[in-house]
Design a protein. Sequence first.
Length: 205
Amino acid sequence: MNLLWFAPLIGLFYGFTASLGLKCSASICDEIVPFDDGPRPGKPPTIALIVGAAIVGTILASRGLPISGLVVSALLVVSLAACWYSDVRCGIVPDYFTLVPLVIVLAIAVVERNPTPIVSAVVVFIPFAGVAVLSKGLGMGWGDVKLVALGAAVLGLRNSVLAFSAACLLAVAVAMIRRRRHEPIAFVPYLAGSITTALTFPVFS
């Protein structure tokens, strides 16, 4: 089925679902008190996230992505928007926005007998989990690790490695420019931006 003519509508759907994800994230953050040793609370760019989600949905539909691919991608985009909001606002990445979509994506892979998402998630998860253990959650939080696994499951191994390498380099560069090398930062925006870029314009097909 050619979805090219429906690309704008699909884009609107992505934007709408992202807005729902942001509202859910906001409601959760209302009940959370940020940790004293966490990142500085900030104001999430909600409008930009919604518009960005709509643009991503439109581009993916224009590329001829199948319905199953659009559904999985929409799930990832909603998760990224919600995680971005919660990490910036209260320094926490709730499992609702990482583990739940990850389980769904892996379940789809099992049903389709496609081991790639499972292998990609596991291979990328291990080194990031190691960083989280060694840094005791200060250099890399477990919420970030779970989001990395979700991103890898959707992007595939090679695209995810490129995306996460870019996210780490960019985060370090920004921290140095802002002279906050020894302060915790909200890492999800860097991960989300890199994952979204790799999802929309993948280097490896």
